[in-house]
Design a protein around this ligand. Structure first.
Ligand SMILES: Nc1ncnc2c1ncn2[C@@H]1O[C@H](COP(=O)(O)OP(=O)(O)OP(=O)(O)O)[C@@H](O)[C@H]1O
Length: 257
């Protein structure tokens, strides 16, 4: 790992630029006798510097969309571009490198290494990749999430909310093109969850970070700029800045269909 020392700059959202573009993406699991269409001809553009929530009932295809969009899985057909790179036909090695360089992940269960300190955890992806970390940017992120005095502590010595904030810094440390957050508040109480969502929103608004969040929770989704509503493997609605009540209505209607 190499450290550089450039001053952090407040990025401006570039909503006209595209972080992720999915065109006619279909994903079919299973075999010919028992196919399961998890995504059915989905097209979606995620603008750079935006905060997008993917919502929908269980089984609607949210995780599949996340896995394909984050280059963890390949679609059966259709194209996906991440920061301009077409994933079609990329080898597993190239997809792994692309994920390492362009994608950050935040999980419901934090996924911090229990035997490493918070400081070691947040630099781990960059150290594994042998890539450069901007020391000033990292210090700025750690300060933003209020963990400056907890860097030498082990994850088990922190609250759930603090561990999730550490996981968010880890995801952002390599300055990824997109951060995918999979139910990031699922393990947190309501208030702590809202603090984590406010943090994610601020990282988007202040630093121009692109965030895509999968959630079941309409009030969590309402913190994003835009919500993509899914049902049966398709996008049924895209709502700009919906309220939690609007989203609840949409989701209840989906479940009634
Ligand atoms: N590996 C797999 N093999 C077969 N079917 C799968 C596989 N993964 C997902 N599916 C199916 O694809 C559909 C979409 O699943 P997906 O996990 O994307 O939904 P989801 O909206 O994320 O659900 P949840 O909110 O419960 O996590 C479901 O019918 C699911 O059973």
């Amino acid at each position: 790992m190499t450290w550089t020392s450039t001053a952090p700059s407040a990025a401006t959202p570039h909503l006209e630029q595209t972080a992720i573009e999915m065109t006619s993406v279909t994903k079919v699991y299973g075999d010919r006798e028992n196919p399961v269409t998890a995504l059915n001809d989905v097209s979606l553009r995620i603008p750079t510097g935006s905060f997008t929530a993917i919502v929908g009932p269980s089984g609607s295809g949210k995780s599949t969309l996340l896995h394909c969009g984050a280059a963890l899985d390949s679609p059966t057909s259709g194209t996906i571009r991440i920061a301009g790179t077409d994933l079609t036909g990329l080898s597993e090695t190239k997809r792994t490198l692309l994920r390492r360089d362009l994608i950050g992940f935040v999980f419901q269960a934090y996924n911090l290494v229990p035997s490493l300190t918070i400081g070691q955890n947040i630099t781990l992806p960059a150290r594994l990749a042998g890539s450069t970390i901007d020391r000033d940017r990292l210090a700025m992120l750690v300060e933003r999430v209020g963990l400056t005095d907890r860097l030498n502590h082990l994850p088990g010595q922190l609250s759930g909310g603090q561990q999730q904030r550490a996981a968010i810094v880890r995801a952002l440390a390599t300055d990824p093109a997109v951060v995918f957050a999979d139910e990031p508040t699922g393990a947190l109480d309501l208030r702590t969850g809202h603090e984590v969502l406010r943090l994610l929103r601020n990282l988007v608004d202040d630093l121009g970070q692109t965030v895509v969040m999968v959630t079941h929770d309409p009030s969590a989704a309402a913190r994003a700029h835009r919500s993509v509503v899914m049902a049966n493997g398709s996008i049924t609605k895209v709502l700009d800045a919906p309220t939690a009540a609007q989203l609840s209505y949409e989701l209840i209607n989906q479940e009634d269909q």
